[in-house]
Design a protein around this ligand. Structure first.
Ligand SMILES: Cc1ncc(C[n+]2csc(CCOP(=O)(O)OP(=O)(O)O)c2C)c(N)n1
Ligand SMILES: [Mg+2]
Length: 808
């Protein structure tokens, strides 16, 4: 097994300032300033800015204070342009204060923290305008994102896709300690170990507080050991320099032992109560220890409190030394002991998570920061270092030295049309696998930039052919032992840096976070990838928050979910998806399709590869995201379906992409139409043929995307409200030939509400068939009958619709 050499990140460069004392003084001043600005930003939003709706604006002054030292050290000194950081969501104001000091954020936005158009509640790549690398908010996801970003960085670097002059960066998560309760972090940790990831730092803000309470004392040992188990270096930053010096004095060992043994709850309570309380407890417990009395006598209450809270996570020099001390690419976890609310009167109180300083507390804090009235936003007010010197220091910060950190890459041409396999009968799942194999066989830039990934369902989703052709990605080269031993198998998987398939363990969260990272590769690493994630449709829900997270960051990817619905029949019960078409409609940033035929699928995939690369920026006029682009969800099936013999005309292709077309057009003024989406096409076709005997003008509408039809309809309505009278949505065009009082019988292997809304477009009567209950095992015939989505059910609904019309 050989491991190709990735460049190791060189030891972190420090700021250009060479005099360590000057540098430290500048960093100390900035640390103080950052705490002030973050605290003030939240205070201003809650107590100064007019409040129009009576709701508490909120913000997390204590969570911010906890991270100020760590983030000051990183952003103003340790980070380099290639590094990427996921900031703990509740430290958003700290991040934006730093950006403001670096000249990357405006005062106006800070003043509008959590207001419309201002700084977002939690760091957002898409909604904030400063240099957010990864969005955070739903705790745990940003942390995992750094692991998959590291994987993607390796992927593009080992293939030589990243710009040659760009050194590798460290993917850094600033983690709240309670975030470690989120299972997705542990899933990611295991996957990171399997992929032997490098250049990954997780900095844990170990303030031993969550939202509700103080975390258990024993947690530290667990944290330490599970990172250690995964091969990470663990650097524990426990005590600051002042406390370490005190431990060297007579009685120091006893003092250390006392703090080490102090329960988190008591430590927090004493932090909150202050010097007098520390003194009382130390006298009670250590009075007889030689040296303690002298130590207490030398400190007044204020300096005793400062000493006892001198944890390493608030000790700038210790933090800097620790970060600069890591010079290799081994994944490293820094456990930094901190105090939630450090430096604020909220410090240590167990209820401080949502606590806000009151006006009096703020006045005292302002005085201690020497900030005059009206100078609250002044970058240099109250700072002890001379402004010019600080300005010079700021302009030499390595992170901003290279300019813009959002990269671009060229667009990949998409063959038009994509190759489409021709068989009399096929399933969309089979079609998908074969289209991909054909794309791979033709080769070229598009094929080379496709990266597939699957959570252990590569073979069962028909991706095996593509993987045989393009092989599995791994940082190391590993032969396929079964193949080498001449064991017959349809799969031949050699692993190497050239491979284009990322095989993941069975954790759908990881799949979606991988797609988030790979789908941002153009922006993060300057190398465009076209990621395709393949999973079983029902398990989208397992990773739904991560899917939402990926879309929220505007990552670009294709999700292929197959098989789906009750049509996967014998697999049965819990494996059947009901609500996923509604997810497809509701999920922002994701265009959802459910084709019935493989030629439709090929057209959609060709469009999707282009759509995934569009980057026209968001605009009010682009409600369908035609210019902006987005990600794509394909809901496919294992059901073998007779394929239509046809060549797609341009008009038909456009209709497929807009969401639907008449497979059998209705007569003008027709009183009935059958409308289907996806794998139920055969029974819709059969029922329609029968209905024609009684209702000769009835139409048969093929919906390829309820999502696009719905989005187009809403977009057109909004456009018309805005005065653009010519805006006509595709769905109106489709339904226009029908009589005003016509009935629509809709059918889908999924929730009936997916198509039920079609009745609202022109007020047509609707009979919506679909699945509303948990599935069970059976064959397709039994299950379609049971859930009333078979031919008979369609005929019954059509008959009811016609009777209904007569009765009216
Ligand atoms: C998935 C998710 N669940 C719940 C929350 C609500 N929440 C926000 S912060 C938090 C606790 C954070 O504690 P920790 O990570 O230790 O950060 P600290 O505030 O102590 O710095 C919770 C439960 C959330 N943001 N995301
Ligand atoms: Mg915490």
């Amino acid at each position: 097994m050989s491991t190709p050499q990735l460049h190791v990140v060189p030891p972190a460069a420090t700021t250009a300032e060479t005099d360590p004392a000057v540098r430290l003084a500048a960093l100390r001043a900035l640390e103080k300033k950052v705490l002030w600005l973050a605290t003030w930003m939240i205070h201003h939003a809650n107590h100064v800015r007019p409040n129009r709706d009576g709701l508490k604006v909120g913000g997390h002054q204590s969570s911010c204070a906890s991270m100020v030292t760590l983030m000051t050290a990183l952003y103003f000194d340790v980070l380099r342009p290639s590094d990427r950081v996921a900031v703990k969501p509740h430290a958003g104001p700290v991040f934006h204060a730093i950006q403001y000091l670096l000249g990357e954020q405006t005062r106006d936005k800070l003043e509008r923290f959590r207001a419309f158009g201002g700084v977002q509640s939690y760091p957002s790549r898409t909604k904030d305008t400063d240099d957010v690398d990864f969005s955070t908010g739903s705790v745990g996801l940003g942390v995992a994102m750094t692991a998959f970003a590291s994987l993607v960085q390796d992927y593009v670097r080992l293939k030589g896709l990243a710009p040659a002059d760009q050194p590798p960066g460290r993917m850094i998560a600033l983690v709240g300690d309670a975030e470690l309760d989120e299972g997705n972090i542990h899933e990611a940790l295991l996957e990171a170990w399997k992929h032997d990831l490098r250049n990954l730092w997780w900095v844990i803000d170990y303030n031993r507080q969550s939202l509700d309470s103080i975390v258990t004392d024993r947690l530290f040992h667990r944290i330490d050991s599970f990172f250690d188990n995964m091969g990470w270096r663990v650097v524990t930053l426990k005590y600051g320099r002042r406390l370490e010096a005190a431990f060297e004095r007579p009685g120091g060992e006893a003092l250390r032992a006392w703090i080490d043994a102090c329960p988190n709850t008591l430590y927090s309570a004493l932090v909150y109560k202050g010097g007098g309380a520390w003194r009382e407890h130390l006298i009670r417990d250590l009075a007889g220890v030689n040296g303690i009395r002298a130590l207490l006598d030398e400190h007044d209450d204020e300096s005793l409190a400062a000493l006892m809270t001198n944890l390493a996570g608030h000790d700038l020099e210790t933090v800097l030394d620790a970060f600069h001390g890591v010079a290799d690419d081994r994944p490293t976890c820094f456990i930094a002991y901190t105090i939630k609310g450090f430096g604020l009167p909220l410090a240590g109180h167990k209820d401080n998570h949502s606590g806000l300083m009151n006006v009096e507390q703020m006045a005292t804090f302002r005085a201690s920061n020497r900030i005059a009235d009206g100078a609250e936003w002044d970058r240099f007010a109250g700072i002890e270092v001379e402004a010019g010197e600080l300005e010079r220091f700021l302009s030499s910060v390595p992170l901003i030295a290279g300019g813009r950190r959002r990269y671009r890459d060229e667009l990949l041409p998409v063959p038009d049309p994509l190759p489409c396999p021709r068989e009399p009968k096929m399933s969309t799942q089979e079609g998908f696998g074969r289209i991909l194999v054909e794309v791979g066989r033709k080769g070229g830039p598009l094929a080379d930039r496709i990266v597939t990934a699957s959570p252990d369902v590569t073979i069962t989703t028909n991706l095996g052919g593509w993987v045989n052709q393009r092989q599995v990605f791994d940082r190391s080269r590993r032969e396929d032992v079964f193949h080498a031993e001449k064991v017959v198998s349809a799969q031949r998987w050699t692993m190497s840096p050239e491979g284009q398939h990322v095989e993941l363990g069975i954790a759908e969260n990881n799949l979606f976070i991988f797609l988030a990272a790979a789908g941002l590769s153009h922006s993060l690493f300057g190398a465009r990838l076209l990621p395709i994630g393949v999973l079983y449709d029902p398990f989208i829900q397992r990773g739904l928050d991560a899917l939402n997270y990926a879309c929220y960051q505007d990552a670009r990817f294709m999700v292929v979910a197959t098989p789906s619905g009750v049509t996967l029949a014998p697999e049965g019960g819990a494996h059947q998806s009901v609500g996923s078409p509604l997810i497809g409609i509701a999920q922002d940033g994701l265009a959802a399709f459910e084709p019935a035929f493989v030629d439709e699928l090929a057209a959609i995939m060709g469009w999707a590869f282009d759509y995934m690369q569009r980057d026209g920026g968001a605009s009010d006029r682009d409600w369908l995201r035609e210019v902006q682009g987005g990600s794509v969800y394909l809901r496919l099936s294992t059901r073998t379906v007779e394929q239509p013999e046809r060549e797609l005309t341009g008009a038909l292709r456009d209709a497929i992409l807009a969401g639907g077309y008449w497979l059998k057009p209705p007569a003008d003024g027709a009183e009935l139409a059958i409308v289907y989406q996806g794998a139920v096409a055969p029974q819709a076709i059969a029922a329609h043929a029968q209905i024609l005997e009684d209702v000769p003008g009835a139409g048969l509408l093929a919906v390829t995307s309820a999502d696009r039809l719905d989005a187009g309809w809403h977009a057109a309505q909004r456009a018309r409200q805005a005065g653009m009278t010519g805006a006509g949505p595709h769905v109106e065009e489709l339904l226009a030939p029908l009589a005003g009082d016509a009935a629509l019988v809709t059918v889908i292997d999924g929730h009936p509400a997916t198509l039920g809304w079609l009745g609202s477009v022109f007020g047509h009567r609707i009979h919506a068939l679909g699945v509303e209950h948990f599935g069970q095992s059976g064959d397709v015939i039994d299950l379609h009958r049971h859930y009333r989505i078979d031919e008979e059910a369609i005929l019954d609904a059509a008959a009811a619709a016609c009777l209904d019309r007569i009765r009216r």
